[in-house]
Every structure is written in structure tokens, then in C-alpha cells.
Write a protein that binds this ligand. Structure first.
Ligand code: CA
Length: 251
């Protein structure tokens, strides 16, 4: 398998150099852009597997490019990690709301950034191969990395996909935000717990098709966190009551 290709869009040369070194040591291939326009062109021409996107760039800010990427069919599932010097929670949330899959605040430890990149790339081919899990009309197909609800393909980002994969493999159990961060984002990654809420909200929004609404399959457990429970959306007869916890089954 070829090395994952990471595009760094960052105007500060010293940070780009540091990133390139860290990425190459970790076994990634790295390409660089120093402004939004050339970054956008590289995304179209080189098809990177993941983008590290600086917030403040000459000729516009990273959020504008992020918005564009998430609007276009060909790029909306491309994982994007925002690099930001902005530390307020509002800015973090704004980045996630627009569709960033993660964010890192400068200055950051390269090792932590690499851990986050790997967490996001878990969705790439080679992982979850051939897995197919079904709960009611919701199907996670590991081979195509697609989620189906009935006949429709649901659109979601890599973090929402990883979250759903975790939930569907651990049904009917309540998890705290901290546990979800450990299990879905990775134990070595520091992310604020509020991040989980943003991704849960996005996952719930994604779990709806024109004719089916599975958003309530992710339950809020007051005082604890979240639980994946098919009880509200799957008729009792279609559940596997006899096998207890195993309402998700493998095909
Ligand atoms: Ca900058």
C-alpha cells in the first residue's frame, strides 16, 4: 500500500518544514501549499488523503476553503484537520461546525498531531475491510466505507464514520465523553470533551434519509454521555432480544 499523502496548507515556512519532517518520519508523503488558491488546486490535482489546514492564510482564511471543500461532492469526505493559533472555544467550535474533522492549537506537539492523523486515516482502505454490520435498516459496509440507510447512502465525515462504527460494535452501552475520546479518537490524543458533542450532533444529522430517521439511535444518557440503542428505531421483532447485547450483527 502506498504511503498516505498529506497536504499541508500553511503560510509559515518554518511550521511547514517542521510538519514535513514529522510527517515523513511517521511514514507519510507530504506536499505543501502556502496559500488557499494553490492549496485548492493541489487538492484537485493530487488527491491527498488528508489536509492540514492553517486558519490564518494570506488572501483569505482556512475556514473559507474548508467551507468550499465540504460543499463540493468530490472533496466533502476529505479529512481536514485545522491548525489554529486561536485558542478560544468559539473558534474551535466554528471550525468543527463548518466541517473540520479535528483541530490542533498551535503550538502543538508533532507526536500528538501524528496520532490524530492516524486516527482519521483509520477509515482508509485496509482497515475495517469486508466488515458489514447491520442494525435495522442501517448498514455499515466496511469494504466500500459507506453507510446505507434503506436504499440511500448517507454522507458523513471520517470522525462520524469512526464514531458510528464504534457505537454499532458496542450497542446498548452508555459511554462517557472521555471513553468515546479514548476509543474513537485515540488514547494519546488530547481533545476537549465538547468536541464529542459536536460530532454526535453531526452524526445524528447524518443518520437521516428522505424516508427514514435514525437520529434517535444515538441516545443522550443524562449525567453520563451517549448510548447507541436500536430500541427507538427498530421494531422489537427485528431485534435480537434472545442474544442480549448483540443487536448489531455481522453478516
Ligand atoms: Ca498562518
Amino acid at each position: 500500500m502506498k504511503d498516505p499523502l498529506i497536504l499541508v496548507i500553511e503560510d509559515e515556512e518554518s511550521i511547514r518544514g517542521m510538519l514535513r519532517m514529522a510527517l515523513e518520519i511517521a511514514g507519510f508523503e507530504c506536499i505543501e501549499a502556502d496559500n488557499i488558491q494553490s492549496g485548492h488546486t493541489m487538492i484537485a490535482n493530487k488527491r491527498p488523503d488528508l489536509v492540514l489546514l492553517d486558519w490564518m492564510l494570506p488572501g483569505g482564511n482556512g475556514i473559507e476553503l474548508l467551507r468550499r471543500l465540504k460543499r463540493e461532492d468530490s472533496t466533502k469526505e476529505l479529512p481536514v484537520i485545522m491548525l489554529t493559533a486561536k485558542t478560544t472555544e468559539d473558534n474551535m467550535v466554528q471550525g468543527l461546525e463548518v466541517g473540520a474533522d479535528d483541530y490542533v492549537t498551535k503550538p502543538f506537539a508533532p507526536r500528538e498531531l501524528i496520532a490524530r492523523i492516524k486516527a482519521l486515516l483509520r477509515r482508509s482502505p485496509g482497515v475495517l475491510q469486508d466488515e458489514r454490520m447491520q442494525v435495522g435498516k442501517l448498514i455499515l459496509d466496511g469494504e466500500s466505507k459507506r453507510i446505507f440507510l434503506g436504499q440511500e447512502i448517507l454522507e458523513m465525515g471520517p470522525t462520524e464514520f469512526n464514531l458510528l462504527h464504534f457505537f454499532i460494535s458496542h450497542p446498548e452501552r452508555a459511554f462517557t465523553r472521555g471513553q468515546l475520546l479514548d476509543r474513537v479518537w485515540g488514547a494519546n490524543v488530547y481533545v476537549e470533551e465538547r468536541t464529542v458533542d459536536v460530532h454526535i450532533r453531526r452524526l445524528r444529522m447524518a443518520l437521516q434519509s428522505a424516508s427514514l430517521d435514525y437520529s434517535s439511535i444515538i441516545e443522550t444518557v443524562r449525567g453520563t454521555g451517549y448510548r447507541f440503542s436500536s430500541r427507538s428505531v427498530v421494531p422489537a421483532a427485528e431485534r435480537f432480544e434472545a442474544s442480549g447485547m448483540h443487536s448489531a450483527h455481522w453478516q
